[in-house]
Design a protein around this ligand. Structure first.
Ligand SMILES: [Zn+2]
Length: 379
């Protein structure tokens, strides 16, 4: 059983879910609220987790993709009505992020917006209710990250960032990801790949985070574990390496993300479409890389060279070309139109991408025209 103590305690192994009772005890949680979604329940994963724990667990299994402020408030009510004393977040980024937001509101006075990055609210985030995060997708890495994203009642997609939002314990059991369908394995895996790439390229100085990101890139692309996880879903080694790469992606993005995430965040604000974060990143990524490769200066080229080395591709080859080919191999939707975006969405996507926190850590500061061109090409 690997115990990786980096930003938190990460218990990582096939069968690690057996450690849940010990984790609850070590955080002093006697009455947890387990937060998950219907897909996890229907796949039988919820039952598996409940049978691993001995305590009385209150279950909320209605988390929606792209969680909202309204649902966060609903969770806080359930938490308080049942006198809960901690959260178990079971699922992908949506379940873990909403548990973080609810853990924050359960312990702090005031409206959620006050704590968001838009109002520089991170400084108001103190200790929150304890969370044990159990990822069931290999993509977001939210189980080890400082961030949570929630769609606010105002329609904006708000991010909350604080070291206090890192779940104190993450239980990473690759066997829990075996039932993830191929299209979600591909999309969430490409999210992890994008985290690693954008983190390495971000201009912040943090060589340890870059080394972790490069290791994730090698695992996903050069060692071909993402392809194998998609096409050999029961390959336990592939699931292990993809969950590790996902965790690595989030450890790496402490140094920032980039324009691809700015576009993905901005597009997933459109409530009527409820688009998947990973699929958006996968579609935008090669187009964003194409612009970066054209505009790269010497420092960025040095990083692109390290990325190519980690991917195992020739120095003369473009990373964007390799990512286009990877998307095709993984059956990622070929363009934005296929998932419902239209030319009429371009203005608002560009407007909010320019305001997104990930925009400012892109290796090149994109302007409105860069984003517009990328959106229309990806359409
Ligand atoms: Zn992401």
């Amino acid at each position: 059983m690997a115990n990786i103590n980096y930003l938190n305690q990460c218990i990582f192994d096939n069968g690690a879910i057996s450690q849940l009772p010990r984790a609850l005890k070590s955080l002093g949680i006697n009455s947890p609220l387990l937060v998950t979604d219907k897909g996890i329940k229907n796949a039988g994963v919820l039952e598996q987790v409940l049978s691993a724990a001995s305590s009385n667990i209150v279950v909320f299994d209605c988390v929606m993709a792209n969680p909202t402020e309204a649902q966060t408030l609903e969770l806080v009510k359930i938490y308080q009505a049942n006198n809960c004393d901690g959260f178990i977040a079971l699922g992908g980024g949506s379940s873990i992020d909403i548990a973080k937001a609810a853990a924050l509101l359960a312990t702090h006075e005031g409206e959620l917006a006050r704590f968001g990055v838009a109002q520089r609210g991170g400084k108001h985030i103190g200790k929150v209710s304890p969370i044990i995060a159990i990822p069931t997708t290999a993509g977001t890495g939210s189980e080890v990250s400082v961030a949570a994203m929630i769609i606010m009642e105002s329609g904006t997609k708000e991010i909350f960032i604080s070291p206090n939002l890192i779940p104190p314990i993450a239980i990473c059991d690759p066997l829990l990801t075996v039932g993830l369908p191929p299209h979600l394995t591909a999309a969430t895996g490409m999210d992890a790949f994008t985290h690693c790439l954008e983190a390495v390229l971000s201009p912040a100085i943090n060589p340890p985070a870059e080394a972790i990101g490069l290791d994730g890139i090698e695992r996903i692309y050069a060692q071909d574990w993402l392809y194998r996880a998609v096409f050999e879903p029961t390959n336990a080694d592939a699931r292990w390496h993809m969950l590790m790469a996902s965790t690595e992606g989030a450890l790496a993005f402490v140094k920032g993300l980039g324009a691809c995430h700015a576009l993905a965040h901005s597009s997933s604000r459109i409530k009527s479409l409820n688009l998947h974060h990973g699929a958006l990143n996968a579609i935008f990524l090669p187009w964003v890389l194409e612009v970066i490769e054209v505009k790269a200066d010497e420092a960025i080229n040095a990083k692109l060279w390290r990325i190519k080395r980690a991917m195992g591709i020739a120095a003369g080859k473009q990373i964007s070309e390799a990512v286009f080919a990877l998307n095709k191999k993984l059956n990622i939707p070929p363009n934005l139109a296929v998932i419902g975006l239209k030319a009429e969405h371009c203005n608002e996507v560009v407007e909010y991408a320019l305001l997104d926190f990930a925009h400012i850590t892109n290796c090149i500061i994109f302007d409105e025209n860069d984003y517009r061109e990328i959106f229309l090409k990806a359409l």
